[in-house]
Design a protein around this ligand. Structure first.
Ligand SMILES: Nc1ncnc2c1ncn2[C@@H]1O[C@H](COP(=O)(O)OP(=O)(O)O)[C@@H](O)[C@H]1O
Ligand SMILES: [Mg+2]
Length: 356
């Protein structure tokens, strides 16, 4: 089922939680809703589910205005961060719950319920846990059961609100891969809320970045990563070094260097910032006449295949973070305190619109 969100606004008192949000979620797609805590992700999800009313705007489910439709009628499955399993019910009964509470006419027979629940348990690969109680499960297992329970009523949309948020890093990683495979089998239109950019980029077909109640950018993971639409998106999707300077006719002058900024060929003398990822910084030992920005090596540590360098600019208090292959780092035999020269290999320039 496709979901269209049209000009949704939501206030809590004076506070603007959602500010004119419009989005399309294609049928069968897995979309990650990504943004910092408090940016409005849960509020948007609850409005789509019908658990919360928008002040204005519309939600269309398969092209049909859902405003008048109660949460129950929207056929939406919901999985929350905090395990919402019923403690006093076995795993089997937790999954069967949504089927047992259906109106008598739609309620499946006991045999049908049993077969459906076992099928779902196999789907989430936990059929051996049917008779256990939630307290006897690990956090990751509980969330998989919560997902099976949400799927039992065959929702047309699956909404997952930081479902792995309370789990440790290793389990989270396993579960997001598992969720991706599950989605490839089922193709239920799904919205997955997270504040973890790595999780969003890895799991989703499409990523929607939100900030302060607004949509900053929506697109395929590699699209938002390679072509961030705003400084916020650039900064949120990974570590970044900033070079403040001025942009004039396609050139950013910063840190005593001139960088090409072809997107800003017609800009006349404006404030600009060059954004550079740590792995796009080239590092060399200083030699007289070397081109680049002079820095001092403050700290370096090489764990695994990469070395992380903390560098301090000689022309000011700014720190630069560089990540280079550990092998290259060892060949250079760099010492802390040494003077080095760095060159940004790839730099993305944003112009401060207010200074134009
Ligand atoms: N029921 C509520 N009453 C008052 N403020 C709320 C309520 N629900 C959410 N908010 C506020 O709205 C903002 C967005 O919340 P939320 O949608 O939960 O953000 P996120 O899920 O992105 O962390 C937060 O600042 C939160 O405090
Ligand atoms: Mg939330």
């Amino acid at each position: 089922m496709g979901i269209e969100v049209r000009n949704i606004n939501k206030h809590f008192g004076e506070f603007v939680a959602l500010d004119d949000v419009s989005l399309d979620f294609s049928s069968g797609e897995l979309t990650a809703l990504l943004g910092p805590s408090g940016c409005g992700k849960t509020t948007l999800l609850r409005i789509i589910a019908g658990l919360e009313h928008a002040d204005s705007g519309r939600v269309l489910l398969d092209g049909e205005d859902a405003s008048g439709r109660h949460a129950r009628e929207r056929q939406v499955g919901f999985v929350f961060q905090h395990y919402a399993l019923f403690r006093h019910m076995s795993v089997f009964e937790n999954i069967a719950f949504g089927l047992r509470v259906k109106p008598r006419k739609q309620r499946p027979s006991e045999a049908e319920i049993r077969s459906k629940v076992m099928q779902l348990l196999e789907l989430v690969q936990l059929d051996w846990l049917a008779d256990r109680f939630p307290s006897q499960l690990s956090g990751g297992q509980r969330q998989r059961i919560a997902l099976a329970r949400a799927l039992a009523v065959e929702p047309r949309v699956l909404l997952l609100d930081e479902p792995f948020g309370a789990l440790d890093a290793k389990v989270r990683k396993e579960l997001r891969r598992w969720l991706r495979r599950l989605h490839d089998e089922l193709h239920v239109t799904s919205i997955f809320v997270t504040h973890d950019q790595e999780e969003a980029l890895e799991v989703a077909d499409r990523v929607v970045l939100m900030n302060k109640g607004k949509v900053e950018q929506a697109g395929a993971p590699d699209e938002v990563y390679s072509h961030p639409a705003s400084p916020f998106v650039y900064g949120f999707l990974g570590n970044v070094n900033l070079f403040h300077g001025r942009v004039h006719e396609g050139v950013l002058e910063a840190a005593g260097q001139a960088f090409a900024a072809p997107d800003h060929a017609r800009t006349q003398d404006a404030k600009g910032i060059g954004f550079v990822r740590p792995h796009d910084i080239e590092v060399d030992r200083y030699a007289p006449g070397a081109e680049g920005i002079l820095v001092q090596l403050r700290r370096a540590h090489a764990i695994g295949p990469l070395a992380q360098l903390e560098l301090e600019r000689e022309d000011g208090p700014d720190t630069i973070e560089a990540v280079i292959p550990a092998e290259h780092f060892r060949q250079l035999q760099l010492k802390e305190g040494e003077t080095l020269v760095v060159r940004p290999k790839r730099l993305h320039v944003f112009v401060d619109r207010q200074s134009l």
